[in-house]
Design a protein around this ligand. Sequence first.
Ligand code: MV4
Length: 449
Amino acid sequence: MASGPFRKILIANRGEIALRVICACKDLGIPTVAVYSEADRYSLPVRFADQAICIGPAKSSRSYLDIPSIISAAEISNVDAIHPGYGFLSENAGFAEVCQVSGIKFIGPKPEVIAAMGIKERARAIMKEHGVPILPGSEGVLSSAEEAIETAERIGYPVILKASAGGGGRGMRVVNSADELPGLLAQAQQEAGAAFASADVYLEKYIAAPRHIEFQILADEHGNVEILGERECSIQRRHQKLLEESPSPALRPEVRERVISKLRAAIRAIGYSNAGTVEFLMDEKGDLYFIEVNARIQVEHPVTEAVTGIDLVKSQIRIAAGEKLSDVLPGPVQFRGHAIECRINAENPQTFAPSPGRITGLNLPGGIGIRVDTHAYQDGVIPPYYDSLVAKLIAYGSDRMEAIDRMKRALDLFVVEGIHTSIPLHKRIMNEPDFVAGNFDTNFIKRWM
Ligand code: MV4
């Protein structure tokens, strides 16, 4: 493209996703500005962006989460858009609003939509209204222990209490009987009030061994919505995903089609724009139930890029510039083959404790069907202040078995020296009969360790 949809884009993030956004901007011919903390001075995004501005010390609250510093950098460098990546400020409605009033396009949904999706029990009500299946539960926030007990009796134990403003598992409590409910409700409300903006809690039927399946969506600012299939994310430990794949080996085609048709209308009604993910739990019967919306690009987006051929980050940028989805997409969405992503973290393979430090030796795998998204380089440092993701290794094949074989080959050729990584763990997973058979749920790692 001769001249891009924006004049210049600032990337309010670090690590591999900052580099991923730089790549999309280069493909679009848009100059970039990296912002960085003192701990990231020698990082690849700083090196490969057209401009780089230090926004503060290592601590995130004083750099990557510091809204005034980031807006100042955006104004000094005269950008007309900010890409927030994932984590940090990516789902901060206040930040999206500050961007808007500063005349800078936030590459994501509108502030009021981010805020609405952050209230989980509201997102749940909107989905229900549009026929997207949800688990039986309370109608909105619980106002008393008596109401909670009444609701639980109606749907049957076990039930789960969830923080309305929560996510990632914090503030959740599983309840097995009425006598436990008042105490656990008080605990959940207490924890929610301390951790989030609101102490509100709601309740739903508990699924003990669910699969976690999420749908990738792209929506423009003109009411057009595309659902780019699902990702299976059940291989996780303590709410940290370890491996994602598409398509899910467990999702029945008729369940997929039914959910997609309802989702499209719901997303349009919400006024959602840009990229997003809609999370579901799958029960033992193979049915899907909505749990929450993630209003950002996600770590695991390359899995969907591999099976659709669509550049999701480039799409985000063009959508934010007001383009229509029909102009952004190369044609009708088609699905081909199978993709698996392994998250390579700097961590002890036994204890999962973070293992930051200097990378003294590095060999990145390649070859047919392999993609590596990483900010790692020989002699580079993984600082202790941020998440421990070092690289994402994505294997693509014409079917699941070919993707697994290519992943095994790439893991064998992937060398990281100087720090511990999750490469040995992924090698074990690839050789685990239940994984190879597609027979697993969110308890897979816990059961196995
Ligand atoms: C659940 C559940 C079982 N039943 N909801 C955890 C994080 C939050 N996003 C939703 N979570 C769960 N909600 C009901 N009704 C089990 C979990 C859950 C989980 C979900 C997805 C992936 C990994 C998980 C690990 C533990 C618990």
